[in-house]
Design a protein around this ligand. Structure first.
Ligand code: UDX
Length: 446
């Protein structure tokens, strides 16, 4: 058998690029050849690939290529429109890329393709070239199970044909899964009919894939994994403590700052690469952090929306106990001994990174799968607490202070977090369940 050569194409958002890059590194270390395809724009922004990490991946044999997305600046600025347009504008561009890559690798042509959600169209193109395909689902197995169950959920009247829950109720997607809130299971509902239609179409397209890889483990979500035979948990994807690609330059001065802080003293606050706080909420968070008698490290990304969310600090905010950065080396931070807890939006990558660091969570979900991830963190694994909103939908500064204090006093949560870290990491030791699944996948790729 020859060396497997995988053409790897993420949907262009960081929450997809990062885990696929981690997986590519693992595959390269196991002897696979990788050609990693970035679109020239990720969403609205130009992607930066950081120097040293990038060179390391190249030395491992990962080759980086770019492809145009075929969109205009205007089309890119509306995420929903962009999602649909990508599906029509990119397919004609991919065959040339496949031919070019094969021409450069005549003795080691592409053997398989690996994509993320929303890129099912690429697997159809690959299919025409006789190239087999798989996809990495970048959210949880539970989120995937919800997608798989859409036809049943419509049939039994849990959701309507627009994907919206008929009523708020507790449901069980399969016999071994926990009871979950129907409004959280239907994670697509708030994004409208167009997005729901896209998800339904995408699940149909992805039937072409031989495997659905998941950044999870068989013990984190056992019931959810049972719903589909091609689901292969290979997580946690923790090959490297550096995220190679980003839109923003990492501010590494926060690592030196963390070195100066006492063990388990710092509150880390980060909401991933997409979520933005509205001005009132930004103000409450700033003043809440001030109220805490603890140091904090807060990631405030440069404002990137046109809805007036401009990250304006209140005039009475002093922030003297904290450090604010535009973008952080999150994986290194979560593993730093000075971190006490993680105020997180519960994106799946952040959730897995937090679990693997044994850090308790204070959950602040914004959209999509993040509410389901919160439900697991707080109710299933019991390694975190949620924040309650007031009658105007705001999380007030007093609530932030109260919950952080409650969280760091909770010895049960602390102990469970450390235990879960150990259990989760055991999946990727040699002979561990995720390592075995990865071998199965590599065998397929050959
Ligand atoms: C998106 C969705 O929002 C999320 O719900 C889904 O599960 C995956 O795709 P995003 O919102 O960016 O992703 O969140 P998340 O999944 O947590 O990914 C963020 C990534 O950025 C993580 O890998 C994290 O390590 C990294 N990050 C974040 C940094 O490297 N530095 C930072 O300062 C903040």
């Amino acid at each position: 058998m020859g060396i497997p050569h995988l053409l790897v194409i993420p949907f262009p958002i960081l929450g997809h690029v990062n885990p696929l890059m981690q997986l590519s590194e693992t595959l390269a270390k196991h002897g696979c050849k990788i050609t990693f395809v970035n679109t020239e724009f990720c969403g609205h922004k130009q992607i930066i690939t950081t120097g040293s990490g990038h060179d390391k991946l190249k030395r491992l044999g990962i080759n980086f290529v770019t492809i145009p997305d075929g969109l205009s600046e205007d089309e890119r600025s509306d995420p929903m429109k962009a999602l649909y347009l990508l599906k029509t504008k990119m397919p004609p561009l991919l065959p040339k890329l496949i031919e070019d890559v094969n021409a450069l690798n005549v003795d080691n042509k592409i053997t398989s393709m690996l994509v993320t959600l929303n890129m099912g169209w690429a697997l159809e193109v690959a299919n025409k070239f006789g190239i087999k395909g798989a996809f990495l689902f970048t959210a949880s197995a539970t989120t995937m199970a919800a997608c798989d169950c859409i036809p049943t959920l419509i049939q039994d009247g849990t959701i309507d044909s627009y994907g919206v829950p008929m009523k708020k109720q507790e449901i069980q997607l399969s016999p071994n899964m926990p009871l979950l809130d129907s409004t959280e299971v239907a994670w697509w509902a708030k994004l409208g009919k167009m997005f729901f239609t896209h998800i339904v179409e995408e699940m149909e397209t992805l039937k072409i894939a031989d495997w659905c890889l998941l950044n999870t483990t068989c013990d984190l979500e056992p019931g959810a994994l049972g719903t589909s035979p091609r689901s292969l948990p290979i997580g946690p994807l923790m090959e490297s403590d550096t995220n190679v690609s980003s839109f923003w330059e990492e501010d590494t001065t926060c690592l030196d700052w963390l070195d100066q802080q006492p063990p388990q003293s710092v509150v880390y606050v980060s909401f991933g690469s997409l979520a933005m706080l509205e001005p009132n909420q930004f103000r409450e968070l700033a003043l809440g952090l001030d109220l805490l008698n603890m140091p904090f490290l807060w990631v405030v990304r440069p404002s990137n929306d046109n809805k007036g969310n401009n990250n304006e600090y209140p005039h009475d905010f002093h922030g003297s106990k904290g450090k604010i950065v535009g973008w952080a080396p999150q994986r290194k931070i979560l593993n730093h001994p000075a971190i006490a807890c993680f105020i997180s939006h519960c994106g799946w990558n952040s959730t897995m990174e937090g679990l693997c660091s044994g850090v308790p969570f204070l959950c602040w979900p914004f959209f999509t799968d993040q509410f389901l991830d919160k439900a697991y963190i707080c109710n299933v694994w019991k390694v975190g607490l949620g924040l309650d909103k007031d009658e105007n939908g705001l999380i007030l500064r007093g609530e932030i202070k109260k919950k952080v204090e409650q969280l760091i006093r909770d010895e049960g949560i602390k102990a469970r977090s450390l235990k879960l870290k150990e259990r989760t990491m055991n999946n990727i030791v040699e002979g561990g369940p995720s390592s075995k699944n990865l071998q199965k996948f590599i065998h397929w790729a050959k």
